[in-house]
Write a protein that binds this ligand. Structure first.
Ligand code: KG4
Ligand code: ZN
Length: 340
């Protein structure tokens, strides 16, 4: 019998639905919300309203592309958290309602757990290689930066995390300082490719053990620009590419330094990255380079599965289904759901 999982993601500003059957992806549809651009960040109330408008058409589109009917669904997996409460409520309520209507089980999924399992997303016939357990994962998103040992798909240990800003937040906040649109990470990535990463250097935090810190870097970036702009009003526009390249180098440098340390301390050589920031081309390049130097096997989700998507929710739902980890109608969304 087929195991067909409908995944639903609505934790922030993307409404997404996906179908995974017997572990293989059949469809992954995402409705991005452009309404936030004018505000320089995600406006929670607008996000909830847009999710309400998008969720039915996105689920229908995912089923249609998969060539499956509602009656084919074995279980519905949805993002329980972390995320914006109003946004999570839309996905959770929809999933709960559909599960009652179709008489199929519900599976609640932690968004961060799902980001990590994005390395297991593949379509039938893809020649993907998967990491072997235990593997190390650097999870870098807009809200989180963590180093995790994955012992199995459903068992893991967090061995390091940021003590202040997340890596994606550092990209976005610094991008805002130099007037780039939200989210700034992809913009910095694009402009950095034309810049010199050695042009400027910014203070990097020294943090104990395997933890990270990015708030000092953001302050150093801000103060440096404030001083430069005093003498040259057009400093930022004159040096935009070099600023982006140097900033990106600083963020990636901090991430890679702790990743190397974690690999050394644990002796693990299968290394994965996940989360929105893993879409960064500089990070990917550094990681592949380190892989060659350190004799690691490196696993990076394709860009479409690195940023928020429901395929990762569906694949996590699939593994939870296999181990019988279902959820009741009483489980409520959790805006802060930091323990995986
Ligand atoms: O995982 P994600 O889509 O959402 C969260 O769960 O937070 O991550 C979003 C973050 C944002 O901070 C965004 O700027 C960053 O990922 N991001 C990037 C790139 N693409 C997305 N950061 C750097 N370079 C990119 N190419
Ligand atoms: Zn995410």
């Amino acid at each position: 019998m087929n195991i067909t999982i409908l995944g639903i993601e609505s934790s922030c500003d993307d409404t997404s639905a996906a179908v995974i059957e017997n572990g293989y992806l059949l469809s992954n549809k995402i409705a991005n919300q452009h309404v936030h651009k004018a505000y320089g960040g995600v406006v929670p109330e607008l996000a909830s309203r847009a999710h309400l408008q998008n969720i039915v058409p996105v689920v229908e589109a995912a089923l249609k592309e998969a060539g499956r009917l509602k009656s084919d669904i074995s279980a519905i997996a949805y993002t329980r958290g972390p995320g914006l409460m109003g946004a999570l409520l839309v996905g959770a309520s929809f999933a709960k309602g559909l599960s009652i209507a179709l008489k199929v089980p519900l599976i609640d999924v932690n968004h961060l757990h799902a980001h990590i399992l994005s390395v297991f997303i593949s379509r039938m016939g893809d020649k993907n290689q998967y990491p072997q357990f235990p593997f190390l994962c650097l999870l870098v998103s807009g809200g989180h930066t963590q180093l995790i040992i994955m012992k199995s798909q459903l068992d893991f240990e967090i061995i390091g995390q940021t003590i202040d800003d997340a890596a994606g937040e550092a990209f976005d906040k610094c991008a805002k300082i130099i007037g780039l649109p939200y989210p700034g990470g992809p913009w910095i990535d694009k402009l950095a490719q034309k810049g010199n990463s050695k042009a400027f250097s910014f203070a990097r935090a020294v943090v104990q053990g395997l933890d990270f810190s990015f708030s000092g870097l953001k302050t150093s970036f801000l103060y440096f620009l404030r001083d430069q702009v005093k003498d040259n009003k057009s400093f930022i526009t004159d040096h935009q590419n070099d600023l982006c390249a140097s900033l990106q180098e600083a963020i990636i440098g901090s991430l890679m330094q702790k990743l190397v340390r974690a690999a050394k301390e644990t002796g693990i050589r299968d290394i994965a990255v996940a989360g929105g920031v893993s879409a960064n081309s500089g990070l990917r390049k550094s990681l592949y380079q380190l892989g060659v130097n350190k004799n690691w096997r490196v696993f990076v989700p394709s860009v479409q599965y690195a940023t928020d998507n429901a395929a990762m929710i569906a694949i996590t739902g699939y593994y939870k289904y296999l181990s019988g980890q279902f959820s009741s109608q009483q489980v409520t969304p959790a805006a802060r759901f930091d323990h995986l």
